[in-house]
Design a protein around this ligand. Structure first.
Ligand SMILES: Nc1nc2c(c(=O)[nH]1)N[C@H]1C(S)=C(S)[C@@H](COP(=O)(O)O)O[C@H]1N2
Ligand SMILES: [Mo]
Length: 333
């Protein structure tokens, strides 16, 4: 993401933080933060060192605790999504290398994300649907049969993992809420509460919180589009976007909003978080495409992260649509 080049906020010169105009010019704000970040710490965040910092021994217990969640019983493994040609990324690796900007701009927000309050979670479905309603997480889990799908996952920052999600296809929700013929787009909003989601740097500018993402309705209806409520056979860890998170594996990772509280059906393309910050770097569609470089880096290869305990990776070729062209290429012809 844009902000992955940022140093920690405390390293940003005061001039960048206090200049009043930056509070009002979002793009300039981001640029200045990036400009301040061309240094060693910034490079390490974009992967120019071999091993990003991993959880310190004293933190490992906290990490294990954050992943020690109730098992989800008797989930069918969807046979179409078992093989990815790569090993599954270890839970402890995936669970300590996250993006969740509501809690900070570094990759070590897993600990801060534990402050996310997930009790009595409600997801509101609204807009151009015949059956608007609120679902609790338990209702979602009982009304939609859960299955496991092992998917490749590719972040726009050119790192990747393989993750075994548990959840249900988005098209099942579509069938239940019945969008009207006017519904062309869908907007997904993440949990946001400035008292809780307090990532450094993110309250300085008028950033477009809450985090939102969007899909065309045909994309949401595609077989691959998935809502996850679990990972690695258990409830979804907070750092991965508990208790409900979008998974759209043919698109860059930022398209998969975490901790979804609202799903709205619309007749127009919605504004989304990263696209509002920089539409050139983060187009609305953002399908994984090795031949289309990001304005600041190549997308031809990726750093595949699978094992720990120290984080390490292998360079792999990036595949068009992240390898899911058979399912989705027809949406873009
Ligand atoms: N609400 C919210 N959702 C989000 C993000 C975020 O910062 N906030 N980051 C996105 C990005 S850039 C990526 S790569 C993935 C990371 O998912 P993971 O941490 O579970 O691997 O979440 C996506 N969903
Ligand atoms: Mo990402």
């Amino acid at each position: 993401m844009v902000l992955i080049r940022t140093p920690e906020i405390w390293n940003i010169p005061d001039s960048a933080v206090t200049a009043e105009k930056l509070y009002w010019n979002r793009r300039q704000f981001i640029k200045t933060i990036i400009g301040a970040g061309i240094g060693a710490s910034a490079m390490s965040l974009v992967g120019c060192q071999n091993k990003p910092q991993s959880a310190q021994p004293g933190e490992l217990t906290a990490l294990e605790k954050s992943l020690d969640l109730p098992e989800i019983e008797s989930v069918a493994k969807n046979p179409a999504f078992q093989k990815t040609g790569r090993p599954i990324t270890e839970a402890k690796v995936a669970g300590q290398y996250n993006n969740f900007y509501e809690f900070g701009a570094n990759k070590r927000i897993w600990l801060d994300a534990q402050n996310l309050p997930t009790k009595n979670w409600q997801v509101e479905i609204s807009g151009l649907v015949k059956n608007p309603r609120k679902y609790s997480i338990d209702e979602l889990k009982t009304e939609f049969p859960l299955e496991e799908r092992i998917y490749r996952f590719r972040c726009v920052e050119a790192w990747s993992m393989v993750l075994p999600w548990i959840g249900f296809p988005m098209k099942k929700l579509l069938a239940a809420v019945e969008p009207t013929s006017k519904a062309k787009f869908v907007s997904f909003s993440s949990f946001y509460d400035p008292e809780i989601t307090v990532g450094p740097a993110f309250h300085l500018g008028s950033l477009p919180w809450p985090y939102t993402e969007g899909l065309r309705i045909e994309e949401m209806a595609n077989d691959l589009a998935f809502f996850a409520v679990g990972l690695y056979g258990r409830d979804l860890p907070k750092q991965h976007g508990a208790p409900l998170r979008m998974v759209v594996p043919w698109k860059y990772g930022f398209k998969g909003a975490k901790s979804v509280v609202k799903i709205e059906f619309l007749d127009k393309q919605p504004a989304t978080y990263w696209n509002t910050l920089d539409s050139r770097e983060y187009p609305f569609e953002s399908n994984v495409n090795p031949s289309k470089p990001h304005p600041r880096w190549s997308q031809a290869t990726e750093r595949f992260i699978s094992t720990g305990p120290g984080l390490s990776w292998e360079i792999k070729e990036t595949l068009p649509y992240n390898g899911y062209g058979d399912y989705v290429a027809k949406l873009y012809s």
